[in-house]
Design a protein around this ligand. Sequence first.
Ligand code: FUL
Length: 511
Amino acid sequence: MTLSRRLFVAAAGALAVTGIPTPALALSGDDRFYRIPVSATDTEADLVRKASQVRPTARQIAWQSLERTAFLHFGVNTFTGLEWGTGDEDPNVFQPTGLDTDQWARALVDGGFKLAILTVKHHDGFVLYPSRYTNHTVASSSWRDGRGDVLRSFADSMRRYGLKVGVYISPADENQYLHGVYANGSARSPRTIPTLVEGDDRSPDRFHTLDGTDYGAHMLNTLYEVLTEYGQVDEVWFDGAQGHIPPDKVESYDWDSWYSLVRSLAPDAAIAVTGPDLRWVGNESGIAREDEWSVIPVKENQYGRTDWALSYDTPDEGSRDALVAAQPTTDFLQWWPAECDVSIRDGWFYHPDQQPKSVDYLTEIFFGSVGRNAVLLLNVPPDTDGLLHDTDVVRLREFRERIERELPEDLARHGRTTSSPGRVTVDLGRAQEVDRIRLAEDIRNGQQVESFVVEVLSDDGWTEVASAGTIGASRILLLPTPVTARRWRLRVTQSRSAVRISEFGLYRSAL
Ligand code: FUL
């Protein structure tokens, strides 16, 4: 059942960090506690206490609750068959003659998705709306006589069907590299955004003065167009890859200026994954660590870029041992939750010879991401007609139906729940078969549980049926065989501070 305001104390922990206000004030999400500085003299106990005091921001809480989000990789690569474009492709190859973004939206809703992110600009630099700052766009294609705007259609359709809108804007840009803008060695200096161009019909209320290189200013102007002309955006995705730009052509990205513009134009948008709000899980298979922490040690790199204090793919990102191991490089303990990106097909872009993953595989991915304190970001690439392929559309529906059968009805909802320090007990009224358990901490109280057991009452007393480490925003346990019992208990065996459990759900799958 969902335990809305139930609090139980699993372990006492001091709540005050010298010099900063108590996080008890921050239960609805508060930027003041999303990261706490670490010093070289902090003991293990100090680190654990600080980690227990980190809280998500309101925008991180909103993002986490989405659970299933979608990626749409679409652009010139869809037509050239490449995964990474070249920046000098003929824009005229882009001919999605049957573009129907309502069809995308319907399929994603039918798959249980709540937000979709479009690749507005991939590494090739081709832009899916008519930009004032580059000719490598849809406007240079004869498609719709140069008047097509995929971003407009996408954003309108998503909103029409109740989906939130996200934008992928690649920092790497091969076209701008070929035009001598990207990595041209220009100085970082104050830039006026938007930078008005000849014949510009905009008269903004406010201009932003931000530091940037020539390319940094180009990114800022792109962000300005996307975030002021297309309605509310809830996720801005900055990728970390370089495409084919030679590694010695270094453009030091103006992260601080980009973040600041996003915050002022789209304050609710979560900035991913080269960003402060959420992190890449560390692989592209859609699977989180079994024990996935949302509070992890980070360091701050050049121009305010949040980076891992350990490595992006370390098997343990946030346990007590990890906090201690990372300490020499840690600047902050930060709420930096994991996003699991994976494509339904092998490639990110559509290739006719590839097939979507099976429902079994997608279900495994769901349990490996949403079931492990992460958010799923599943890519479903539109094809050359500008449609999601029928096979993928059917697969999305089957995936949603399968998850509904995996977790059909929370049996605990009709039970009687009691809680006492470190324990939540559910009396189902009669013995019932259970094979899936869904748990959640109220993350407004941070992430506290380090280990727990689930037990059932039998003639021999309380007997363990499952045990694991972290819970976080969502933990789903699959029992290898169904267990029949009337009384079920969650017992926290180790925690960082007072634990607030918001969900103890018991299910019998109907497969
Ligand atoms: C990667 C990119 O290089 C891929 O093309 C894709 O966009 C993926 C989501 O991120 O880093």
